[in-house]
Design a protein around this ligand. Structure first.
Ligand SMILES: [Zn+2]
Length: 362
């Protein structure tokens, strides 16, 4: 009799206890704060307020005398654009990480207004042609031109002007947060891969390499049809002194950057720049009606409209079309079915390559 009572009381007791445990697990999952990610690079941030600020965009030069640059490694994304004579300039955009040494800072170009606009970014540069400066003002860009905000910049003594002007995100914010108050959050320019999406792409690349190898061993290479485009190297011939190469490193899943045949390093860390996603966006080069001090024409890059693009992620090439319907909109990179191509969380470099240049992929 006693044994029966114990069994009866134990049985429902056990299941009730289990049920309670389940409920409490559910509650704790619901109470866990939602992970916040940076809209510009898709990486986790610990403080939600970090991504509710204006991003910071800086014009950095790429004249051989400007290398190695500082702070490009801390940016969420970087644009590279051609200027006079095929020399490129960078526009790193910072949101979730601070960079206290960015430069050398140089002047703005006319396409910068269309690049910066949808980011609501504080725009750091050192002057520009007067039509460009007028366009920046008319567009209502949060402008932190060095000519007006000298306190946010400094010059170093180890390099000659104009290759020695530097700034940092905190200095720029100290000026910009007061001059251009901002409430809200920048919309994300990209769709990011999930952890399982990344794993699948890594597996697919390995499988494809094996298929290619087997076809070569069986001397059946003419029957071999690749299912995905495996990429090891990307070469972008902007000009001789600004020739870019990216080399894929399967161990880290990143593309290592080279410039003019040598590793492109950061001045402060000494480390080679490593990029998670490379996007080659083919653009037209029109006439801006402006010339530099040597008389070379400043190209007007056509970045509003549509065109061809190539998205390089996890050692694969995905053919794409780019679309930017207006100055206010982000550029979207779509696959052949019209779907946005998800990229790897981390740093993205967008290469605005003149459509006349031949990019090699191998
Ligand atoms: Zn970020």
């Amino acid at each position: 009799m006693i044994a029966v009572i114990i069994l009866l009381s134990l049985a429902p007791g056990c299941s009730w206890f289990k049920k309670e445990k389940k409920v409490s697990e559910k509650n704790s999952a619901a109470q866990k704060p939602k992970a916040v990610t940076c809209p510009l690079c898709g990486t986790a941030v610990s403080e939600a307020s970090t991504v509710k600020r204006r991003p910071v965009a800086v014009k950095v030069e790429n004249d051989p005398k400007a290398r190695p640059q500082s702070g490009l490694d801390k940016a969420c994304l970087v644009y590279e654009e051609t200027t006079e004579g095929g020399i490129t300039r960078f526009m790193p955009i910072y949101l979730c990480r601070e960079a206290d040494h960015i430069g050398p800072v140089r002047s703005a170009r006319p396409a910068d207004i269309d690049i910066v606009y949808p980011y609501y970014a504080l725009f750091a540069h050192c002057g520009g042609g007067s039509p460009t400066l007028r366009m920046i003002e008319e567009a209502g860009i949060a402008d932190l031109d060095e000519l007006a905000w000298a306190g946010a910049y400094w010059r170093t003594h180890d390099r000659r002007a104009p290759h020695n002007l530097y700034t940092g995100t905190q200095r720029l914010r100290a000026a910009g947060d007061i001059a251009y108050p901002f409430e809200g959050e920048v919309s994300s320019p990209f769709k990011f891969l999930s952890a399982s999406g990344i794993k699948k792409m890594v597996r697919d690349r390995e499988k494809e390499q094996k298929r290619a190898q087997e076809a070569a061993q069986e001397s059946a290479t003419n029957q071999y049809q690749p299912l995905i485009m495996v990429v090891n190297q990307i070469a972008i011939p902007y000009s001789r002194v600004c020739a870019v190469r990216y080399s894929y490193d399967p161990a880290t899943g990143k593309f290592l950057r080279f410039v003019a045949g040598t590793p492109h390093t950061d001045l402060i860390t000494g480390r080679q720049l490593a990029v998670d996603t490379v996007i080659v966006q083919y653009v037209t080069e029109g006439s801006s009606g402006m010339r530099d001090v040597r008389g070379a024409e400043t190209p007007m890059l056509g970045i509003i409209g549509t065109g061809r693009a190539q998205v390089f992620v996890l050692g694969q090439l995905i053919d794409a079309n780019w679309v930017k319907s207006s100055r206010e909109e982000h550029t979207r990179y779509l696959d052949n079915s019209g779907d946005e191509i998800p990229i790897k969380p981390g740093s993205t470099w967008i290469e605005l390559v003149p459509a006349t240049k031949q990019v090699s992929v191998y």
